[in-house]
Design a protein around this ligand. Structure first.
Ligand code: NAD
Length: 503
């Protein structure tokens, strides 16, 4: 048996429970069907077949989950940080133990290559370990002195929170949002994306298996306009964190307005990678290829606009095209596969539509630009050259393995092109000239920038975007700022004159 065949057999074993029982909601420690009894089909990106039926939650299920989260909140809030640290580290251990299962289920549910999903599962464990370790310090604050008074600040968890996640790398992103909320002392109602809900169910089960009290973490599946909307409107929920598209963020702002909820959005990107002629070209090519074609290009931080200085444009794009042509597209469980199928036929149709749009707008397809086979959502890694920043392929988030290469003459022009976008999530700069790199970082409209590097995350650093790419920051203490309320206590340090009213 080849490794590929072994992988497929393993995946079938791990998926069997979902095929048999469906993807149930998880409310107050119990696996339950939707109150309405309704389900929706989870479609396999590999062959379009139905992978499982998921519970189609709506406002009744959300209400039950929010009530459970509200009931569990006081005890979870009051648990000592050190105890929460221990528990969340146990969750991390349990994720590591079941990393293979998570990786296989995730690969089949999302179409992401198994080589990346094995790492994504472990990153999920790292998120729990990192935020779990910070739990004892979550309430720490400052002392602020003023004449005659000492002020002390502290933080307390805001309450039950709603967490809404997208279909791309859903396991890792769910841990990234949920681990800090739990470490802060909040209880959670999670609404996973309808295209890829499987590993959210594994995750909550793993957490409760590790000792998380029931009701602290609840999961309701369903559609955005059903379960998602109801979650954002529920009065028990004090804050909503979304990872998703900009228009979903806008809808959530409106939906959450009546109950005055705090919101946090991690949204889309049209991120530039800017390569100057003095860059280490070999490494910059590898970084450009990695940052758009890994994870199927279905990644908010992918560098989908390649800005190259005139003198190296032809050589650079030739090398990227050569590498793109050599990338293996195939079944996500094949260990050789780099690019698996896109998440869903609807998303595939969107990505494919840009091949025609690019030609109509006058760009050249230098690599890819075609669908692979008739079954499954497979697309060749694509490079558009001769592009300008006003073309739709440069302005719209395609969210696939599709790269648009644009020329620039100098730093000022590179900066103008880079900033001429509605988005502002990440930017990548390649140059040996540190002064020029710093000049760029001061002016680039992006929440995160890397110089001479691909996207390498360090969990204590802030993560988030500007403009249409988001509101708020995650990572380190920034996550706690969102999930907690800061309060101040002022102590008089001596007798002072209190204004006397009424004689
Ligand atoms: P999406 O916005 O369509 O869906 C995200 C989630 O929101 C889903 O669970 C969906 O059901 C829910 N939802 C939709 N409408 C809702 C509503 N009215 N009320 C409440 N919930 C609602 O996004 P997607 O297509 O699943 O994911 C891809 C998008 O996510 C891309 O734009 C990508 O860039 C972005 N993303 C951003 C980051 C980041 O960190 N900045 C990370 C990953 C993905």
């Amino acid at each position: 048996m080849s490794i590929f065949e072994e992988n497929r057999a393993k995946a079938e074993r791990y998926l069997a429970r979902f095929r048999a029982d469906g993807v149930l909601n998880h409310i107050n420690g119990a696996s339950v069907s939707a109150v309405s009894g309704e389900t929706f089909e989870v479609i396999s990106p590999v062959d379009g077949a139905c992978l499982a039926l998921a519970a189609k939650g709506d406002s009744a299920d959300i209400d039950a989950a929010c009530c459970a989260a509200a009931a569990a909140f006081p005890a979870w809030r009051d648990m000592a940080g050190a105890k929460r640290r221990k528990l969340l580290n146990k969750v991390a251990d349990a994720i590591v133990e079941r990393a293979e299962e998570i990786a296989f289920v995730e690969a089949m549910d999302t179409g992401q290559a198994i080589r990346f999903m094995a790492k994504a599962a472990l990153r999920g464990a790292a998120n729990f370990r990192y935020f779990g370790d910070k739990a004892p310090e979550a309430r720490d604050g400052q002392t602020i002195y003023a004449p005659g008074q000492i002020n002390m600040t502290s933080r307390r968890p805001i309450g039950p929170v709603g967490i809404i996640t997208p279909w791309n790398t859903p396991f890792m992103l769910s841990t990234w949002k949920i681990a800090p909320a739990l470490a802060a002392g909040c209880t959670v109602v999670h609404k996973p994306a309808e295209f890829s809900p499987l590993t959210a169910k594994l995750l909550v089960e793993i957490a409760e298996g590790a000792g998380l009290p029931k009701g602290v973490w609840n999961v309701v599946n369903g559609l955005g306009e059903g379960a998602g909307k109801a979650l954002t409107e529920h009065p028990a929920i004090k804050a909503v964190a979304l990872v998703g598209e900009g228009r979903t963020g806008a809808a959530i702002m409106r939906q959450a307005a009546d109950t005055l909820k705090r919101v946090h959005f991690e949204l889309g990107g049209k991120n530039p990678i800017i390569v100057f002629e003095d860059a280490d070209i070999e490494r910059a090519v590898d970084a450009a290829v990695f940052m758009i074609y890994s994870l199927n290009g279905e990644r908010c931080t992918s560098s989908s606009r390649l800005l190259i200085q005139d003198s190296i444009y032809d050589e650079f794009t030739r090398r990227v095209a050569q590498k793109a042509d050599a990338i293996r597209v195939g079944h996500p469980l094949d260990p050789q596969t780099v690019i698996g199928p896109l998440i869903h036929p609807e998303h595939e149709a969107k990505v494919l539509s840009y091949f025609e749009i690019a030609k109509q707008d006058g760009a050249v397809i230098a690599a890819g630009g075609v669908k692979v086979g008739d079954v499954g959502c497979y697309v060749r890694p694509t490079l558009f050259t001769n592009a300008t920043n006003d073309m739709r392929i440069a302005r719209e988030e395609i969210f696939g393995p599709v790269l648009t290469a644009i020329r620039f003459s100098d730093a000022a022009e590179a900066l103008a092109i880079a900033n001429d976008t509605d988005y502002g999530l990440t930017a990548y700069i390649w140059t040996q000239d540190l002064t020029r790199a710093l000049w760029m970082t001061e002016r680039l409209e992006a929440g995160m920038m890397w110089v001479n590097s691909e996207n390498v995350r360090h969990l204590p650093t802030p993560f988030g975007g500007t403009k249409n790419s988001g509101i708020g920051r995650d990572g380190g203490d920034w996550s706690f700022d969102f999930y907690m309320e800061t309060y101040n206590i002022c102590l008089a340090t001596g007798p002072h004159d209190i204004p006397k009213l009424g004689g």
